[in-house]
Design a protein around this ligand. Sequence first.
Ligand code: C2O
Length: 363
Amino acid sequence: SPNLTTCHATSSQNADTPHRSSHELNCCPASPDSGEPIIKDFQAPTPSSASPVRVRRPAHNVARDKEYLAKYNKAVAIMKRFPPDHPHSWHRQSQIHCIYCNGAYNQASADGAADVPFMVHGSWLFFPFHRFYVYFHERTLGKLIGDDTFALPYWNYDSPDGMPIPDIYMKGELHDEKRATRHLPPAPVAIDYTPDKLDDTGYVEPPAAEQAAINLALLYQHMVSGASKPELFMGCKLRPGEGGACFGPGTVEAAPHNSVHLWVGNTELPEYEDMGTIYAAARDPVFYAHHANLDRLWALWRRLHGYRGSRPEFDDPQWLDSHFYFYDENADLVRVRVRDAIDMDRLGYAYEEVDLPWLDARP
Ligand code: C2O
């Protein structure tokens, strides 16, 4: 778990997305003027008519829902107008990623001596951390427009129709200029995209239908055949006191997660901003749709491999009691534990079901 009092400058370099360059950065919040922050323990929302389920839909299917798009754009516009230091500002929402994924906190340790950075990538903290990141972002957007049914869309790139960057992210508040121009719609995402393709200037994307088939086969491998055990899917079992020695992304974290980040980011920029580098990725609104889909893939993996309800992948207190801190929709600081993330059904949101063509894409 992170020690909140240790936020410090860090480097944009990270193990999973190698860059041509890196720089020093400071993504810490402005220090609070008065004493210890008040921290609440996470409470799952109680299902009632007062807190209906939020249904996340495929982003390419909401393009015609004008009312929904107006709400989503309005909520993002409000976030962008908050003073940068406010926990609900677009700026602070995106800095969460830099803090937890570039290692701005040190780990908390029983004896108070650890100076090992706390980082969630490449480990079994990856899925639980990002589940809560998207969860609080979504609830905050909803709160800002007074809609407690508001749900983020998911980037359904595991289905051929959903493979390009969704059109709704190409305009208005959801647009981001810092993306690879040759990867704009209608180009289908390349889930097999790797840094060597990125460096090979002669690399030519295969025709769309071929790329779609490659994507589905790789999803089958990373969700089914190559991910039969939680050790393979969830990533390295990071223990307190361990740093980069335990860096090992699970199948889906490697691809589509890393590959889609690198594919979207602008390769002309030094660190493939925005999406291609951790410190800047969450500045691009499509980040949240990408991570909603990864969160959905986690839920689907659990279903496919027999993890029902609150049955955890690992019955290990060092994992289950690891925690993170987020500001909730009321701007209260909340401590969430990995164990709070396991049972998605308790969190008040759901994914609209769609066909899973990759299930039949056994190579
Ligand atoms: Cu913390 Cu897509 O990454």
